[in-house]
Design a protein around this ligand. Structure first.
Ligand SMILES: C[S@@+](CC[C@H](N)C(=O)[O-])C[C@H]1O[C@@H](n2cnc3c(N)ncnc32)[C@H](O)[C@@H]1O
Length: 341
């Protein structure tokens, strides 16, 4: 089935509308596409599982917002923050997931696109003598470098301590990813741009890994994926560069929209367990509207889903750290007796 057929089938039984009505009919079901398809602000920057459909957030703001601050206590990838910012409204977001925090900050920090383009050129120049390093092997289906070559090349590169890392990535992919990360970290550019490039970097990790890209709930190298991997060709640099190029265009949209609104809109992001953070009552006094989509029980194991990205971005440095972070998420499959309350 083509994407178009799937889309038309899923639309069946729903009323297709351009804008959700302020007072939806009881029991009615609506279908709404993003006005500009996928290219809308910074929403597509990271494939975040169970992400809000932006028009729903837009509808909620248009329908319920009067004044004050909007809160999303389970912010995820910051859809509410981006939409609020584009409308010139202050917002607060909370999340326990370090990738959610990082991505949301980047997505809701407008950067002037021309500056971003220039800094991207600086980054590309700094990477230029590395791009060809694996160009031969990446043209071979399922190709890779030898362990001996890997051991020589990995010298002084920031390779994350992911247990059994060759299970998750081809060896040359590890080298290319580490080289890109090292260069983003060391090149002379503004920190805002550095974070933007690093968020783009995070967003390609899964795509260039051996793991099944589609699984929403977790992270696995399935047997079907292993079979596909045997004939796959992977170019880390191409994937990274094309991601940055398309995200610069998306950032330009956010830049335009946020320029139209008030200059000093605040996006306040808190990292940690919502149960602890909401106790800081003072920060939430101005909240007048909450728009959220909570973590549904056993639906997505975010800590598992973002396992590779968290190691690469150094948010976790060991298995112990990863496991203790896992226990702070709501909705996970296994709950320790001591967390039950
Ligand atoms: C369904 S997602 C939200 C997606 C979001 N609406 C978006 O558009 O990207 C639920 C979020 O709840 C977060 N979460 C789970 N347990 C949490 C906790 N204890 N405190 C704060 N956030 C938590 C998860 O990390 C996840 O990002």
């Amino acid at each position: 089935m083509t994407q178009k057929t799937i889309r038309n089938l899923s639309k069946r039984g729903h009323k297709t509308v351009k804008q959700l009505p302020k007072a939806p009919e009881q029991g009615a079901s609506y279908w709404i596409d993003s006005p500009n398809g996928k290219r809308e602000f910074t929403h597509p920057l990271f494939k975040f599982p169970a992400k809000f459909h932006p028009p729903i957030v837009r509808w909620a703001i248009d329908t319920f917002y009067e004044d004050g601050v909007i809160l999303d206590p389970f912010m995820g990838s910051g859809t509410v923050q981006v939409e609020a910012l584009a409308k010139g409204i202050d917002s607060i977001g909370i999340d326990v997931d370090p990738i959610a925090i990082y991505i949301s900050k980047v997505k809701s920090t407008p950067i002037e696109p021309e500056t971003l383009k220039k800094e991207f050129e600086v980054l590309k120049r700094a990477l230029s003598n590395k791009i060809e390093l694996h160009s031969k092997v990446e043209k071979i289906e399922g190709g890779d470098i030898s362990v001996r070559k890997f051991n020589v090349e990995k010298n002084r590169l920031p390779i994350p301590p992911i247990p059994n890392i060759p299970h998750w990535f081809r060896l040359y992919v590890i080298i290319d990813l580490a080289q890109i990360l090292k260069t983003i970290d060391s090149v002379k550019i503004r920190n805002k741009s550095r974070d933007f490039f690093k968020a783009c970097f995070a967003s390609i990790i899964r795509r260039v890994s051996n793991a099944e890209p589609g699984t929403v709930s977790g992270l696995e190298v399935t047997s079907i994926q292993s079979k596909k991997n045997k004939t796959r060709k992977i170019s880390v640099y191409k994937t990274f560069f094309s991601k940055v190029e398309s995200e610069i265009q998306n950032m330009a949209e956010l830049w335009k929209a946020s320029k139209k609104s008030a200059d000093n809109v605040s996006v306040n992001i808190f990292s940690g367990n919502v149960n602890d953070i909401l106790k800081k009552k003072k920060s939430f006094e101005d909240v007048s509207l909450i728009i959220t989509s909570p973590p549904y029980c056993r639906a997505v194991e975010y800590s598992r889903r973002h396992y590779l990205e968290m190691y690469w971005l150094k948010f976790v440095k060991s298995q112990d750290e990863q496991v203790s972070l896992t226990h702070t998420y709501i909705g996970r499959k296994l709950v320790r007796r001591l967390d039950w309350d």
